[in-house]
Design a protein around this ligand. Structure first.
Ligand SMILES: NC(=O)c1ccc[n+]([C@@H]2O[C@H](COP(=O)([O-])OP(=O)(O)OC[C@H]3O[C@@H](n4cnc5c(N)ncnc54)[C@H](OP(=O)(O)O)[C@@H]3O)[C@@H](O)[C@H]2O)c1
Length: 279
């Protein structure tokens, strides 16, 4: 199995194109799974304050014996800590729980209109200039809001982490993000497991000796998108990492893009003040 995960230029940092997601891995379950992911070769771990597993993720990183600077660690600030002062304290608390002196990327978890964006961006940039995070970014920001944020921010917006899988088209956001030098990180990249039953993905996978999940992750990475699949199954941790030794043809890429549908979105917690891009 190749261990050479491509890096994606994200603002002023490089992010490994494949990471391990940890949503819903709480009550200690994240420890052995993150340890396993690091053993398999993942060097990018995605957590969040709201996942209640920052202590476990930090413990797993220390247990792995892998040097801190070889791991790209992302966490996220929850929406009720976006005011100046609250955000800085929230970042400090995350670092304390993770047991690290900095993260590689700190994201605003969802856009929220309660606090002016300029105030939140000032606080986020301050966290970065104090060295508590190497890079800053967003999650679940539609393209117009991403553009507004990029204009307000002193530091580049490294990534916008959003739902993306074969059942959702993201053309407008990807074009906008890439024009701004911001990468896209795909959450729910496996459509929460739904891709495993997809006849098109099964058929394409057969041609390459790969599973539908592997085909999906390859489709994302081949577009220059970062994918952060989650699994609580150790065998699938290895399966989801084994996507670097094959390529999809242009025709296969197009067929997978064709699976997008209007009702493909799985997780919509966007505040009513905002709207998703149409496609
Ligand atoms: N920023 C945000 O707002 C946000 C929102 C949601 C998620 N995220 C991040 O994105 C990560 C991934 O998203 P996600 O957890 O929603 O969904 P996902 O990675 O698309 O799917 C996870 C589900 O798929 C199953 N699965 C994993 N590998 C598989 C495979 N090879 N074949 C078939 N099924 C497979 C898992 O079941 P088993 O455990 O049984 O394998 C699990 O039920 C999260 O963990 C989190 O880090 C961010």
């Amino acid at each position: 199995m190749s261990k050479l995960v491509p890096a994606v230029r994200s603002g002023d940092v490089l992010m490994p194109a494949l990471g391990f997601g940890t949503w819903q891995l709480d009550n200690g379950t994240a420890v052995p799974l993150v340890e396993k992911a690091l053993e398999v070769g993942y060097r990018h771990i995605d957590t969040a304050q709201i996942y209640r597993n920052e202590r476990d993720v930090g413990a797993a990183i220390r247990n792995s014996g892998i040097k801190r600077d070889e791991i790209f660690l992302t966490t996220k600030v929850w929406i009720d800590h976006f005011a100046d002062g609250d955000l800085q304290r929230s970042a400090e608390k995350s670092l304390e729980k993770l047991g690290v002196d900095h993260v590689d990327l700190l994201l605003l978890h969802w856009p929220k209109p309660d606090v002016p964006l300029a105030q939140t961006l000032k606080a986020l940039n301050e966290v970065r200039s104090r060295g508590l995070t190497r890079a800053i970014g967003l999650s679940n920001f539609p393209s117009a809001l991403l553009e507004e944020t990029a204009q307000l921010s002193e530091a580049p917006i490294a990534t916008d982490q959003v739902e993306y899988h074969p059942y959702l088209s993201l053309k407008t956001l990807i074009a906008k993000a890439h024009a701004l030098g911001t990468s896209i990180t795909a959450w729910s990249p496996l459509a929460q497991g739904k891709v495993a039953q997809d006849p098109t993905l099964i058929e394409i996978g057969r041609a390459h000796g790969k599973t539908p999940g592997q085909v999906t992750l390859r489709w994302l990475v081949q577009q220059g998108v970062i994918a952060i699949p989650r699994t609580s199954n150790p065998a699938r941790i290895a399966e989801n990492f084994d996507i670097l030794d094959f390529s999809l043809t242009d025709e296969e890429m197009t067929r997978i893009h064709g699976l997008a549908r209007p009702d493909g979105r799985l997780g919509d917690w966007l505040d009513k003040a905002y709207a998703w891009d149409e496609a």
